[in-house]
Design a protein around this ligand. Structure first.
Ligand code: MRU
Length: 339
């Protein structure tokens, strides 16, 4: 690890312990730092569905360890792979990691070989994040303030983070002075998780209400919006946490640059455009309550899509570990990710 990459990087939320998977329970942060031990693959599925582990790369890594647990249990691998795949629909890293594990199963891999494959998936993610951190930070003028959305940090990956990895590298290099984090209603990934990571790693940061973003951009406060992705289609259209699309529209309006940071495991060249991406709808209860307390009148209904699609035309740069794609188009995507 270079000094640049190791700065501001202390959190590892997904840990394999030989016979179980240890997850830092993201439902409880920042109030409690409690670890959840998954001892069979169905526990991993529950952890993914209930958001104890979340963030596209972390979901894929956890699922890969779920396959190892299924092998240790002597479960039907076909059934385990299918059930893990159905845990959440939008982040393609889940399907990507399971396809890798499935190929090893089909090749007759034993439990030890599956364990090595899951560890490789986890290690490659960390290396990709560090590389993307340096590539993304290089795009930012020294002394810039930036804005981010949701949580794309160590909690959402094997470590370091995607968009938050660029922020970690940018702060270490003196390119980023301050980070504004949107709270990310309704699940508060920005308020609860990103602020926890930034404060813990000593990165200058301020929380803003999601609805303060346009005002911040208008005031000239930020030079870049930097976000992660759950799935990037072949033309560069990008699914990410709900609210990302409106940030991209506001950024373009105010002349603020918009950067998407994601490893190649998030790129889905088999899906032509964002129209083909399955957007997860979650329980209305997540909107009708805050911290477990009902805040909306009984009888009220709610609509709770948890991702949206930002068209490629609003994206200035997609940063992957394979390189930077500026003003993404299908041709530029294909040049890096052959179909
Ligand atoms: O519902 P979540 O919390 O899993 O959504 C996470 C996001 O949208 C992240 O921005 C994305 O997965 C990238 S994480 C590196």
């Amino acid at each position: 690890m270079t000094n640049l990459a190791s700065a501001h990087d202390t959190i590892r939320a997904v840990q394999w312990r030989g016979d179980h998977l240890r997850l830092l329970d993201q439902r409880l942060l920042p109030a409690e730092e409690k670890w959840l031990d998954c001892r069979d693959y169905t526990a991993v599925i529950h952890a993914i569905k209930d958001l104890a582990v979340r963030g596209a790369p972390a979901i894929g890594i956890a699922a890969a360890w779920g396959v190892v647990l299924a092998a240790q249990q002597g479960a039907s691998m076909e059934q385990a792979l299918a059930e893990l795949r159905a845990a959440r629909p939008t982040a393609v890293n889940l399907m990507w990691a399971l396809d890798r594990m499935k190929a090893r199963v089909a090749a007759g891999a034993d439990t030890a070989a599956l364990e090595r494959e899951a560890q490789t998936i986890q290690d490659e993610d960390l290396a990709a994040n560090r590389h993307m951190g340096e590539l993304g930070a290089a795009l930012i003028a020294p002394g810039s303030d930036v804005m981010t959305h949701c949580n794309t940090g160590s909690l959402a990956t094997s470590g370091y983070g995607t968009a938050l990895g660029v922020i970690r590298a940018g702060v270490a290099a003196g390119r980023i002075s301050q980070v504004f984090a949107g709270e990310t209603r309704p699940w508060q990934q920005g308020a609860r998780l990103t602020m926890w990571e930034l404060v813990r790693d000593g990165i200058p940061a301020k929380l803003i209400a999601d609805s303060a973003a346009s005002h911040l951009m208008k005031s000239g406060g930020v030079k870049w919006v930097i976000v992660g992705a759950d799935r990037i289609a072949a033309n560069g259209d990008t699914a990410n946490k709900i609210g990302t699309y409106q940030l991209a529209i506001a950024a373009r309006h105010h002349g603020v640059k918009f950067m998407v940071v994601a490893p190649s495991s998030t790129v889905d060249m088999a899906t032509a455009s964002g129209d083909g991406i399955d957007i997860e709808l979650r329980d209305a209860a997540e909107l009708l309550s805050v911290a477990g307390r009902r805040t909306v009148v009984e009888g009220a209904q709610a609509w709770n899509p948890v991702f949206d699609v930002t068209p490629a035309s609003l994206i200035d740069a997609i940063v992957t570990e394979r390189g930077v794609i500026e003003q993404p188009t299908v041709e530029r995507m294909r040049a890096v990710f052959a179909a």
